[in-house]
Design a protein. Structure first.
Lengths: 222, 294
């Protein structure tokens, strides 16, 4: 967290946690769409998001983010209509997600080219967020750093191959945080890699070429 | 710096014989891999947006999305300009700015969260008034935002800045405490006095619940921004008069966290208790539902 997380963000009102934070959660989904248009969004709201989301424009904010708008974009105010015009199939359901932070949303999505996924995220105040699950796997990042998500099959050497390549090909790139989560031994797994500096575009392509890596997504500092 | 205690901020400033803002600017520039000038310019932009939100929110016909609120900043300014305010023109002007920024937010206008949107009027209300009505140079006000921000980081780490977690003490309480620290620095107070002003403001709003009518950031939020401004000025003035805080700021923040944890969910932004549960609030919220549907 830095001073601009506190004096900031610059945002469309009325609520930093329920509006701006919600846009940022939506933007993570947009990044996971990997440049393809989202066509479906099933949104589950929990806790205070469910109870007071409507009055804070949380629904508009999440959709605005999913469509790639920013928390300071004037379009936030009109996101429901924009989503309808774009033909996005969206729904909102309220559910008490057990053990979740008071402001939590679970978003299932599908893109025009058939990709799908799910994000569980919370808005923890002042527009700050925490992503706690991607596609059912535990993660822990906040979008305040540049984050690389590497989806892969849990095999020996994959982590070494990714980090070695990062070191040899992009020697200035410094990893500030690393974590791994997997569904089961030998199954689907996800690496969360945060870096100090901005990773170049080519890095993601290079990671995708590595054996057993199924996909890599760069989420730039939100 | 780790920003885990106010004491750390005070020690760092005292050790290098500087203002807290100077230490924070240097430290943050290093941590963010940017120059001090880049960070200063970004903060200056934020200050400009704050000033714009005073203007945008001060319009006579401004109305919130729900239609429940609007125009408070305009009325207060008109009253302040008549010069008959009980608080005096300076404080009435500061209140009008806080009401305007907060009204701008409720109308889905552009604001700077400080630390949150619900409490976005307090810091601009205090600092812009110091510039426009007390002749404080704008560059000093921009610097003091680094002090306010640093206090905010500690508050977020040690207690909370989310109403859903800690009630309104976490939002308007935090903003008033951050503003009080910034005001003391602007007035030439010591780092220790900045910490004391923060402590007094936290202590004064300990236990304040988050009970937005209809779940909207409007009632009582907008007016609590005006009273938050008054609290920041009164705490800063007490400290500058030589009245310190008996309880250190860090202990006040620990107490704030404990109080927030003890608050029932009904008083943490769920609109199930407090003012939000009064008969009039329920009626207003039903009426605004109708308005939103139309």
């Amino acid at each position: 967290m830095n001073v601009f997380d506190i004096i900031g963000p610059v945002m469309i009102g009325p609520s930093s946690s329920h509006t701006a934070g919600a846009v940022r959660i939506g933007r993570v989904v947009n990044k996971l769409c990997d440049g393809h248009d989202p066509v479906k969004a099933w949104i589950t709201l929990s806790g205070s998001f469910a109870k007071t989301g409507k009055g804070h424009g949380t629904d508009k904010a999440l959709l605005a983010g999913i469509m790639g708008f920013h928390s300071y974009s004037p379009e936030v105010k009109d996101a429901i209509n924009i989503a309808k015009n774009r033909g996005i199939d969206f729904s909102f359901t309220n559910e008490d997600i057990k053990g979740a932070h008071p402001n939590t949303a679970r978003i299932g999505f599908e893109t025009a080219d058939g990709r799908s996924g799910e994000v569980l995220a919370s808005s923890i105040g002042g527009g700050n967020i925490i992503i706690s699950r991607v596609n059912g796997m535990k993660v822990d990042f906040n979008g305040n750093s540049n984050t690389i998500l590497v989806m892969h099959t849990d095999k020996p050497g994959v982590i070494a191959n990714v980090t070695n390549m990062m070191h040899w090909e992009y020697e200035d790139l410094n990893i500030s945080s690393f974590s791994l989560s997997r569904q089961e031994k030998g199954g689907e797994a996800i690496m969360t890699i945060e870096t100090d500096n901005v990773p170049p575009e080519t890095l993601i392509e290079d990671i995708r070429k590595i054996n057993h890596v199924t996909n890599a997504i760069l989420i730039r500092r939100l | 710096m780790k920003y885990e205690s106010i004491q750390e901020l005070v020690d760092a400033a005292v050790d290098s014989n500087e203002k807290i803002s100077a230490v924070v600017l240097r430290d943050q520039a290093a941590a963010m891999d940017k120059t001090e000038l880049e960070l200063w310019e970004k903060m200056e932009t934020d200050f400009e947006i704050m000033k714009q939100s005073v203007i945008n929110g001060g319009k006579k016909d401004l109305r919130s999305m729900s239609g429940l609120t609007g125009g408070e900043g305009f009325l207060m300014k008109e009253y302040a300009d008549k010069g008959k305010s009980l608080c005096g023109p300076f404080l009435a002007g500061a209140m009008s700015r806080a009401l305007s920024v907060s009204g701008c937010n409720a109308a889905m206008g552009r604001i700077v969260a400080a630390p949150t949107a619900g409490s976005c009027g307090i810091i601009p209300g205090c600092l812009i008034s110091m510039c426009e009505d007390r002749g404080v140079p704008e560059k000093d006000a921009v610097m003091s935002l680094f002090t306010a921000g640093a206090f905010g980081i500690v508050i977020a780490a040690r207690a909370s800045i989310a109403g859903a977690e800690g009630g309104c003490q976490a939002e308007c309480g935090s903003a008033a405490a951050m503003a009080a620290a910034a005001l003391v620095e602007l007035m030439g107070g010591t780092p220790r006095q900045c910490a004391d002003a923060c402590a007094l403001a936290i202590a004064a709003q300990l236990g304040l619940v988050c009970d937005p009518v209809g779940g909207l950031v409007e009632i009582p939020c907008i007016k609590r921004n005006a009273t938050g401004v008054m609290l920041a000025f009164s705490c800063a003035d007490m400290v500058l008069a030589g009245i310190g805080s008996k309880i250190p700021a860090d202990e006040c923040l620990d107490a704030m966290r404990e109080v927030g944890d003890a608050m029932p969910a009904s008083l943490r932004e769920t609109a199930k208790g407090g003012l939000a549960a009064t008969p009039t609030a329920l009626k207003l919220s039903r009426d605004s539902e109708c308005m939103r549907k139309n």
